[in-house]
Write a protein that binds this ligand. Structure first.
Ligand code: UD1
Ligand code: CA
Length: 448
């Protein structure tokens, strides 16, 4: 049976007090609407229809061709929002699944349950409910003495007795499409001048039809984001879910509460993550690594058996058996081959450090290629920028760079060459030779 999906994302999100559209606020590093879109794609073969309004251009720019879009302007309520999809979808028979983009914790499994229930019954609607002590301003689910659902009462319209009801409307519905598109244009206007999708439940009941309700097992799935306090609650639950999944697949998290792992990160078993560590973007980490405490690692690939302490890695590639930190900074294009050591206050950008290179103390290596087994003395700097342009430094293999050497690029140091402490190298240094002084002169063949 055909399943259409409509996701509502047109509201301003006034209670967020933000210039950013609500659905673009991030949860674990991704716009919250992205979770709804991913869930929709897991449930239905066709792209979902997203109802946009406030910040429509920004939302469409963020999601691109993952969705079809319909614009709701002005925003006259959730019923009015779904109605905007009628021209695009009302010709399709089957079922229509509708939910709100501000509930990123809602799982595909729970939505599948209302789809399955709707498939097997003759009523026009199956809705998702949750039983919770804190009503959080949700619509209340009213049932009659036989237990049948009779209406959803929005909090603003609820009597004191109705407000006491603890079964709440989650905000996800599976409709018989024919019923939805026939009744939606006839929704009554609410006292606030809006058209509530939730009033369709009362409409169905008044037509003598039965409304089915499925209750969530895990109330956390129903946390909708209306304020920044809710945003933080959802972030915490999402983080716990991701962390639990990694622990179940063999990664040790010393302190999950202070470990943030974004959804696209990949980890291998027997890696240990120490507290206060953030793994973000498309980061990949091999097995048997020790990461943290106090690391920020973004869009970086790390091989097996590496150790990274209190460091920031962004857009870097790190092979196996590398040790980094404390207090190192790998920037875009840093590539550390196997066995490299970068110690405290080392910064590497757009550079390759060959196998076994040692860079123990406060150095800057930018736009450089360092050969295997070379030693970069404390305080070495590649002077790669002359104020106008960037230039390249090339260092051969088994080179010994003395402490505090300035390598004024473009410059090349041959294999097995050495520089004296404090030298300023402005000219190429041949293989097997020693350069010292300011500016550095070639003194003699190196002893090797
Ligand atoms: C809604 C439900 C409430 C439910 C709660 C659960 C209605 C009338 N009320 O209340 O029963 O318990 O969700 O989270 O549906 N939107 C539009 N266009 C509009 C208005 C809203 O696209 O004109 C979108 C919003 O962007 C948002 C979603 O619909 O993603 C829900 O709107 P919101 O204002 O957050 O509804 P709630 O007050 O939370
Ligand atoms: Ca909401």
């Amino acid at each position: 049976m055909n399943l259409s999906v409509v996701i509502l994302a047109a509201g301003q999100g006034t209670r967020m007090k933000s210039s950013l559209p609500k659905v673009l606020h991030g949860v674990c590093g991704r716009p919250m609407v992205q979770y709804a879109v991913d869930t929709a794609r897991a449930l239905s073969g066709q792209p979902p229809t997203l109802v946009v309004g406030h910040g429509a251009e920004a939302v469409q720019a963020a999601l691109g061709d993952q969705c079809r879009y319909v614009v709701q302007w002005p925003q006259l309520g959730t019923g009015h929002a779904v109605l905007q999809a009628a021209p695009a979808l009302s010709g399709q028979a089957g079922l229509t699944l509708v939910w709100y983009a501000d509930m990123p914790l809602l799982t595909a499994e729970s939505l599948q349950r209302i789809v399955d229930r709707q498939r097997e019954n003759s009523g026009p609607i199956t809705m998702l409910t949750v039983v919770a002590d804190d009503p959080r301003g949700f619509g209340r689910v009213q049932r009659d003495s036989s237990g049948a659902v009779t209406a959803i009462i929005e909090e603003a319209q609820a009597t004191a007795a109705q407000k006491a009801i603890r079964e709440l409307n989650v905000g996800a519905y599976c409709f018989d499409s024919a019923f939805l598109w026939a009744e939606l244009p006839r929704l009554p206007v609410s006292p606030k001048g809006e058209y509530y999708l939730t009033d369709l439940i009362g409409v169905a009941v008044s037509r003598g039809r039965r409304v089915e309700a499925v209750a969530l097992d895990d109330a956390a799935e129903a946390i909708g984001i209306n304020t920044r306090v809710h945003l933080a609650e959802v972030e915490a639950v999402m983080r716990q879910r991701i962390n639990r999944r990694w622990m179940e697949s063999g990664v040790t998290l010393i302190d999950p509460a202070t470990t943030l792992i974004e959804p696209e990160v990949m980890l291998e078993p027997d890696t240990v993550i120490w507290p206060n560590t953030q793994l973000v973007g498309r980061t990949r980490i091999g097995g048997n690594c020790l990461i943290g405490p106090n690391c920020l690692i973004r869009d970086t690939a790390i091989g097996a058996r590496c150790e990274v302490v209190a460091s920031v890695l962004e857009g870097a590639t790190v092979e196996e058996d590398v040790s980094i930190g404390p207090f190192a900074h790998l920037r875009q294009g840093a590539h550390l081959a196997s066995g490299v050591h970068v110690g405290n206050f080392g910064e590497v950008k757009e550079s390759y450090l060959g196998p076994g290179v040692k860079m123990g103390h406060f150095s800057y290596i930018g736009d450089a290629h360092i050969g295997a087994g070379s030693n970069i003395g404390a305080g070495t700097v590649t002077c790669n920028f002359d104020g106008q342009k960037k230039s390249v430094t090339t260092v051969g293999s088994e080179v010994f760079i003395g402490s505090d050497t300035m390598l004024v690029a473009p410059v090349t140091l041959g294999d097995r060459s050495r520089t004296g402490a404090g030298s300023v190298v402005t000219k190429n240094v041949p293989a097997d030779s020693l350069a010292i002084g300011i500016p550095a002169r070639i003194r003699k063949k190196s002893d090797g």
